[in-house]
Design a protein around this ligand. Structure first.
Ligand code: ATP
Ligand code: MG
Length: 421
């Protein structure tokens, strides 16, 4: 049998602001240039451009215009599209599903299920499919956890005589980004990202992340809503999706782009120069409908990450969303403390001041003007947040159900001595 070559183009669909169904918006082609470098091309459809309610895919790159956009960056996949595609966890699920042979970036986009972040979707037919009406209910969490465990361990999936392996995978299959095992589930309140603990975790991540989101809110940071669900003795973190809103006919979707896309940066080490809160706040001030509020919010978030040693604060862990036309900073998510050994110097993933990535109060203050904060106000924020984190993290963690043992395991993460040097 001759296998078909992988597709080299697809349609891009979008749920317009307020709508629950998809419309066709653009064509995306992924080929290679003369040197074999992946080349992406995107053209908005004429009928899409003619709509009064058309919106661009992102606030920086793909503006609404009758032209051919081209990129050779990021494997030829424009940032806004890549943000809607799977990351390492979603790719792993897809590979279990369709086989491990190397997949093109376009195949990953096409194979990912329709629960992806943001308002975009992809497909081969010129007309979009009907939106998915049914989601896994939280009742299924125990089963989803078992499937996730099997995928993590690269083991056979738990067998159920009534369903095929493919159907099992579709259950957990999520194109939400990130590396941790996760699935999307629904309850009466709406859609949640279920983040599962892994058997090899050094502490109960679900409880600890829930505690960090709670501590963030108590520290003045706008963080995603979360709760814990315990199934079969295992804790699962549920984070409310801020890019979906329940409506009578289904779910309204917000557009979403990561800071990685906004910074036009990549995951590669060479691109790390652009991994920067200081650059991000400049971009944010240009595209946000609330530049002053969002700049201050980003400053608080950066301080919070430094105070809990969240050194995994890479640019995919920050995003902008647009529920209607305007873009604003999305709530904070994926907040994890890292109890590092060094007491003097810890580095965030993004540059945060004159002294680079150094998670240090003075360094954070060194560029506060770019966050539109007068010196005194910025110092007050740092001071108040430091006291809050240092004074309350333990109580907040215990109240969130983090065990005393786990609290001891993560203790070194909070307000480490180097922050005050
Ligand atoms: N509450 C939310 N609403 C909508 N989208 C979200 C939400 N939380 C996270 N996301 C999206 O899902 C992705 C994965 O989530 P998250 O970062 O929490 O997972 P992770 O596996 O811990 O990531 P990492 O690999 O960075 O450790 C994010 O990059 C973001 O695009
Ligand atoms: Mg993440």
């Amino acid at each position: 049998m001759i296998s078909e070559p992988p597709p080299s183009e697809c349609f891009v669909y979008i749920a317009l602001p307020g709508a629950t169904d998809l419309v066709t918006a653009a064509r995306f082609e992924l080929t290679a240039d003369r040197n074999g470098i992946p080349l992406g091309r995107l053209v908005y459809g004429r009928s899409y451009l003619a709509r009064a309610d058309a919106v661009p895919f992102d606030p920086v790159e793909l503006t609404l215009a009758p032209r051919v956009y081209e990129t050779t960056a990021m494997q030829g996949v424009f940032g806004a599209l890549r943000d809607a595609g799977p990351d390492s966890w979603g790719r792993r699920v897809i590979e279990r599903h369709v086989g491990k042979t190397s997949r093109t970036e376009l195949e990953y986009l096409l194979h990912s299920p329709d629960d992806r972040a943001g308002a975009l979707a992809f497909g081969l037919p010129p007309r979009p499919p009907a939106p998915r009406r049914k989601f896994n209910q939280t009742i299924l969490l125990a089963k989803l956890q078992a499937i996730a465990d099997a995928i993590v361990a690269d083991k056979e999936l738990p067998t159920d005589p009534d369903v095929t392996q493919a159907e099992e995978l579709l259950l957990v299959g999520t194109s939400m980004g990130g590396a941790r095992p996760k699935a999307v589930v629904e309850d009466a309140d709406g859609l949640w990202i279920a983040k599962f603990n892994r058997p090899d975790d050094a502490w109960n991540h679900a409880r600890v992340e829930h505690a960090m989101l709670t501590l963030a809110r108590a520290s003045g940071v706008a963080a995603a809503e979360s709760k814990i669900s315990s199934v079969g003795g295992r804790d699962v973190l549920l984070v409310k999706r801020f890019d979906r809103e329940k409506a009578a006919a289904g779910y309204r979707r917000a557009r979403m782009v990561s800071a990685l896309a906004l910074l036009r940066a990549e995951d590669s080490p060479q691109s790390r120069e652009r991994w920067s809160y200081v650059l991000l706040v400049e971009e944010l001030r240009r595209v946000s409908a609330e530049p002053r509020e969002d700049a201050a919010e980003l400053f608080r978030r950066m301080c919070f990450n430094a105070l809990i040693s969240n050194t995994d604060d890479h640019p995919r862990n920050h995003a902008l969303i647009a529920k209607a036309r305007d873009w604003t900073l999305a709530p904070a998510y994926d907040l994890t403390p890292t109890p590092l050994v060094s007491l003097e110097r810890r580095d965030l993933a993004m540059i945060c001041g004159d002294r680079g990535r150094y998670a240090n109060g003075k360094n954070l203050l060194s560029q506060s003007a770019r966050f539109l904060l007068p010196n005194e106000e910025a110092s007050d924020i740092v001071e108040a947040m430091r006291n809050r984190v240092r004074g309350t993290w333990h109580d907040v963690a215990r109240a969130a159900g983090v065990s005393q043992k786990d609290s001891e395991r993560i203790a070194a993460a909070f307000a480490y001595p180097g922050f005050d040097l």
